[in-house]
Design a protein around this ligand. Sequence first.
Ligand code: FAD
Length: 462
Amino acid sequence: MAKFQPTSVGKLENDYDVVIIGSGGTGLSAAIQANELGMKVAVLEKEEELGGNTNRASSGMNAAETNVQLHHGVIDNVADFYHETYKDGGRLNDKDMLGYFVYHTAPAIDWLADHDIKLDDITITGGMSKKRTHRPASMAPIGGFLVKSLLEVVAQEDIPVFNKTKVTKLRRADDGRVNGVEVDADGITKVINAKAVILATGGFGASKEYIKRFRPDLESYKTTNQPGATGDGLKLAENVGAELMQMNLVQVHPTVQQDNPHVYLIGEAVRGEGAIMVNGEGKRFVNELNTRKICANAITALPEHSAYLIFDQGIRDHVKAIEFYDKVGLVVHGETIEDLAKQINVDPDNLKQTVTTWNQAVENHDDAEFGRTTGMDRGITKPGFFAIHIAPAIHYTMGGIHITPKTQVLDGNGDIIKGLFAAGEVAGGLHGNNRVGGNSIAETIVFGRQAGQQVALYARSL
Ligand SMILES: Cc1cc2nc3c(=O)[nH]c(=O)nc-3n(C[C@H](O)[C@H](O)[C@H](O)COP(=O)(O)OP(=O)(O)OC[C@H]3O[C@@H](n4cnc5c(N)ncnc54)[C@H](O)[C@@H]3O)c2cc1C
C-alpha cells in the first residue's frame, strides 16, 4: 500500500465531535474506535512524521490469555499478569487502571486482528514469567508495523490526520467543560471546536525542562525518545487544572547503544531470545531479564557504567531488529567467542568461561549464578558470535496526567474535567515505578480504544 498521506491543513474544519491530539498508537486507535462509533474525528500531530514514540517500539505488545499464546502452547492467566506487573511496578501502580488494563489486553489483540493487524508471534520481556509479548509473525519491530497498519485503517475509514499541526491551548466553556483547542497549523493560528478532546501526546522523555524539574539527577542522560516527546500534553492539561501524578518516576532503559550521536534502543527481545550481558571483565553481573530498573542500576554500578550484550546467530535468527542494528554499524562480529572477546577488549578466557557456564545453565534450566529463569530457549552456541555495547538512557515517563480507568482527566480535587480525556504515555499511574517492556504498546491500544469509546458516550450525553 502507498505511504499514508496526511490531510492538507487547508482542509482543517472548524467543528469536530472529537479532536485527538497525537498520532501515536494511542491517538490512532482512539480515532479508529471513535470513528467506528459514529464520531466525526480529527487527529492533530505537531511533527511532520506521524507515529510518535510508537514508531520506535521494537519488542512487542503484552497481552495475557490470548489465542495466539495458546497456539504457541503458552497457558497464561490474567491474574499472573496483574500480580507480576504490580510487583515489578514497586506496588505503586493504580490498581483500578491495572485491573482494567490486564483484562483488556487479549480483546485488544483480537481488535487489532479484526482490523487485519496480526500479532501472531510471541516473545518475553524482563519481569514477566510467561511469553506474553506479541509481535508480527515476521518478528519485525512492532512500532513501525503498528503505525503503518493503523494508518492503513485510518485511510480506509477516511479519518483526517493533520501533521505539522501543534495544539497550543485547550479551550473551555463558561461551565468549565473543555470544548475545543487552539492550534498552530503550519504557521497559521486557528480555533477548532469539539465536543471532547483526547490528549494522546505521549511522554516527556525528550524534554530537558521537565527532566530538570522532576529528575535533575538524570539531566546528563541521553534519551531513546523522539524529539517531539516534550510533555506538551502535561502543560495543556495543567493549564486547565488537571492533576499530574508520579512525575518523578522516569524509566531508564538498560540496553541503549549511545556511542554515536544517534541513540539506539536495543530491544528487550534480544535478551528475551537468549542474549546475556557481560561487564568489562567478560563476566555476567545480573539476571538480564530482571526488571529494567534493576538491570539499569546494575550497569550504572559497574566501574565502566556500560556493558556488552552477547549473542549468537541462533538468537539473531529470532530478532529481526538485529539486522537493522547491524546495518547501522552497532554490532561487533566474531567468528568464535575468543575472537569476539578480542574485538571488544575483554579477557577471552573469561568470556569463554562465562558463555560455557551460561550454556550449561540453559541446558539444565538452572542459572545458579543469577537465578535467571526466562529467555533460556537457546544457548550461545551457533556461529557467528556478536556483541553490542550498551548503557542506560532515559526511556519512558511513568508519571503523567491523573486519569480514571475511563480515561477521564481529574483535577486536584479528584473531580472530572468534563470533555477532557487522556490516554497512553501522557497519563500516569498504570506502571508504578517500573514500566514492564511490552506494557506500553498494550496501554496505547487498550486505553486508546477506551478513550474512543468514552468520548462517544460523553458526546451522546450532551
Ligand atoms: C525506542 C523505543 C522503543 C520502545 N519499545 C517498546 C516496546 O517494544 N513495547 C512497548 O510496550 N513499548 C515500547 N516503547 C514505549 C512505547 O513505544 C511508547 O510509550 C508508546 O508508543 C507511547 O504511545 P503514545 O501514543 O502514548 O505516544 P506517542 O507514540 O509518543 O505519540 C504522541 C504523539 O503526540 C504528538 N504531540 C505531542 N504534543 C503535541 C501537540 N502539542 N500537538 C500535536 N501533537 C503533539 C507527538 O509528536 C507524538 O507524535 C518504546 C519506546 C521507545 C522510545
